[in-house]
Design a protein. Structure first.
Length: 191
């Protein structure tokens, strides 16, 4: 009788574990939204800041992504680079629409490649015209990377992108820009 009771308890425990795993899998499948913060952009702001020349930048890049079909997602990306350039106020703003394709998974995980198109501008002391060293215009880019889930909700996303954008070459190397080859290390949460 003891053996039968032990066998029954063991069977119930195993059944409970199977149902718990199925529920966890079902929850991970229904997560169709993601919000990210790019850590490399934060570091870009720290590196571009220079206390000797009174230059300080607080760079932030946020992203939102939604799975619309199996393997395909769309989203938006926002870059904000407020700061102080010598004695003048500085602001770089970029807003883009992005799309991604996940060839190895039907969900937002594993390898992806995508494209983005958007609008960016640089303001120096609130002025956007070229005479004041500002600019505005469209930009386009391609991105490839890997979304690695850490837990059921959190993930990291290393990626590499190439952005073609208008820029101001007078401050090249002084201000953090969003053009050319860009390494990215995003951390995010799936909702």
């Amino acid at each position: 009788m003891k053996k039968l009771n032990c066998l029954l308890v063991l069977a119930l425990v195993c059944t409970g574990l199977v149902f718990a795993q199925e529920q966890a899998d079902a929850e991970s499948v229904t997560r169709n939204n993601a919000i990210t913060l790019d850590l490399m952009t934060l570091f870009k702001g720290f590196i571009a800041s220079d206390s000797n020349s009174d230059t300080v930048f607080g760079c932030m890049a946020f992203g939102y992504e939604r799975l619309i079909f199996p393997r395909f997602s769309v989203g938006a990306e926002l870059d904000l680079y407020p700061g102080k350039l010598f004695d003048e106020n500085y602001m770089f703003i970029s807003l883009a629409a992005a799309g991604r394709y996940y060839p190895m998974s039907e969900y937002m995980e594993k390898f992806f490649f995508g494209a983005l198109i958007g609008f960016n501008m640089q303001l120096i002391d609130g002025k956007i015209d070229a005479g004041s060293d500002g600019f505005y215009g469209l930009f386009a880019g391609l991105r490839a990377g890997y979304k690695l889930p850490i837990t059921n909700m959190f993930f990291i996303e290393p990626s590499m992108s190439y952005i073609y954008s208008k820029t101001n070459f007078e401050f090249l190397g002084i201000t953090p820009h969003n053009y050319g080859w860009q390494a990215s290390l995003r951390v995010g949460i799936s909702l």
